[in-house]
Design a protein around this ligand. Sequence first.
Ligand code: HEC
Length: 118
Amino acid sequence: MNGIRKVGGVLLVVLGLAMGSSLLQAQSVPGESTFKANCVLCHGVDGKANTPLAKQLNAPDLTSPKVQSQPDALLKQIISEGKNNMPSFKGQLQPDEITQVLSYIRKLGKAKKAGSGK
Ligand code: HEC
């Protein structure tokens, strides 16, 4: 009887830890949900613009050196004001959300570099 209860308790602790750490992970990339809600349609989940709409609108691969080499201020301005087929987001996103979504784009760019071994 006692033994069974102990095992149950340990399982609960392990479950609690697992849930706690996945919550922490979600918080460490605050721009991710903003990106998934507003940008994937045209730029793709991975930012690489591998969607039919992206090709139609000429949306760039956000992980490419061409985009990643541009300064934060300029990219933030494009997200906020829009550019050609890129819609303006200043009415939908707060400035700090734009900052966060940009840092998520930077993260996607780094992930690509690590993956391709460059
Ligand atoms: C309706 C489709 C569409 C949506 C939605 C969209 N984009 Fe774009 N985005 C584009 C297109 C098209 C361009 C290319 C604009 C140009 O240079 O002509 C672009 C360009 C950009 C650029 C500039 C790249 C560069 O180097 O010039 C950034 C940064 C960017 N988008 C980020 C985002 C973010 C962040 C979101 C979500 C908040 C988003 N986009 C949502 C279509 C879209």
